[in-house]
Design a protein around this ligand. Structure first.
Ligand code: MRU
Length: 369
């Protein structure tokens, strides 16, 4: 994605010293564009846990580089247990997004292929790069497959704007490039299709207001920010043609975990006969979990993210204010699960499929048991 005309990924090794990994610290967007350098395993762990980086694909790519950092930091006489410990700590940082554990395990597997420690380090760098590159190319392909769906709607509407509602940020900032839910939107926009995006603000962290709006503005995509509870009303009044969201973990049976509030949007879409699509690369599938509601672990974050809100004042200062009685207890479930029956289709790097076991395993036959 381009920021002020310059192409960036969300994570990349420093040109002069690839042992330093650079990220965009998303806590400061949209007000400040700050690049942070990650140099130690503790830097990586904090960056994931405290959401300097976030979003399933980007958490996975960051974990890949974190394992490379662990490999170069590990004492030679205690290499394996240092690596195992780093892997365990990383996996625990954020429990819902499956890409994290997937990327860590991919690194562990790659490193076992080599005996020599220097070779293990080399293969861990290659694997981190591969995970990041694959994430970007899978998202680009998700864009191509999703484009066909938007084209169809645009044709039916005879060029009138295609109104797409999205929740949270499953954009470029949640991946290495392009995004999942936003990839078809960018592809449509770049193909001259008239698209307009309704952006749910996405309380409490406000990924929609802060990140999705910023991304869409950078790409000059027409969009409107809405309060989280607006979608149902818009759907009842024919102001939404389709919904596209991302996902942090999707079962092989098609149940989708995504940012809290997604389920309510899916219910409203179902009730109003509006197509509800979920976009994901294959790294977000959980091939072991059958029942998303019962089995997907839902991250609970600090209630202070609900009590307090951060933003910029009229005199340009970034400040945090309390919006409730300071001692009111707040619950902060970060994700919910939308059952497969409410989902029109999954947009993957291999194509669009129905959200059910048969269709998913047909598309990914290597995961048939
Ligand atoms: O808590 P976050 O910001 O890491 O949550 C992830 C999300 O932004 C969403 O749930 C998103 O729609 C899926 S991530 C590709």
């Amino acid at each position: 994605m381009k920021i002020n005309g310059k192409h960036y990924r969300t994570i990349w090794p420093d040109n002069n010293n690839p042992k330093i990994i650079k990220i965009i610290d998303q806590r400061h967007l949209p007000h400040k564009f700050i690049i942070e350098e990650l140099k130690t395993v503790a830097d990586f762990t904090a960056a994931i846990k405290e959401m300097h980086v976030r979003g399933a694909g980007l958490i996975g790519a960051t974990a890949g580089f974190a394992m490379y950092c662990a490999a170069i930091s590990a004492p030679k006489n205690n290499f394996s247990s240092f690596i195992k410990n780093a892997a365990q700590n990383l996996i625990q940082t954020r429990p819902t997004a499956t890409n994290l554990a997937w990327a860590v395990r991919r690194q562990l597997k790659a490193m076992t292929k080599e005996e020599d420690i220097d070779e293990k380090i080399k293969i861990s760098f290659k694997t981190a790069q591969k995970t990041a590159d694959e994430d970007a190319s899978f998202c680009r392909r998700i864009g191509e497959h999703g484009l066909d769906i938007i084209k169809e709607i645009s044709k039916r509407k005879k060029g009138e704007p295609v109104n797409i509602l999205t929740h949270c940020n499953a954009g470029w900032l949640a991946f290495v490039d392009y995004g999942s839910a936003t990839a078809p939107i960018y592809a449509a926009h770049n193909n001259g299709i008239n698209v307009h995006v309704w952006v749910d603000e996405t309380r409490p962290w406000l990924q929609g207001a802060k990140l999705t709006c910023w991304e869409l503005a950078q790409e000059k995509v027409n969009h409107t920010l809405i309060a989280d509870n607006t979608g149902g009303h818009l759907m009842q009044h024919n102001m939404v043609d389709m919904v596209i969201t991302g996902t942090d973990r999707t079962t092989y049976t098609g149940d989708v975990a995504n940012k809290i509030g997604t389920y309510l949007k899916a219910l409203a879409a179902f009730d109003n006969n509006i197509p509800f699509y979920v976009a994901l690369p294959s790294s977000t599938f959980d091939w072991h979990i059958k029942d998303g509601i019962k089995e997907i672990p839902i991250e609970e974050r600090s209630g202070s993210e609900v009590n307090y809100i951060k933003g910029i004042t009229a005199d340009n200062k970034l400040e945090e204010i309390c919006i409730s009685p300071a001692d009111s207890r707040a619950a902060n479930f970060a994700f919910d699960v939308t059952p497969s029956r409410l989902i029109t289709g999954l947009i993957t790097e291999r194509g669009v499929v129905r959200a059910n076991k048969e269709a998913i395993l047909n598309l990914y036959p290597e995961h048939q048991q």
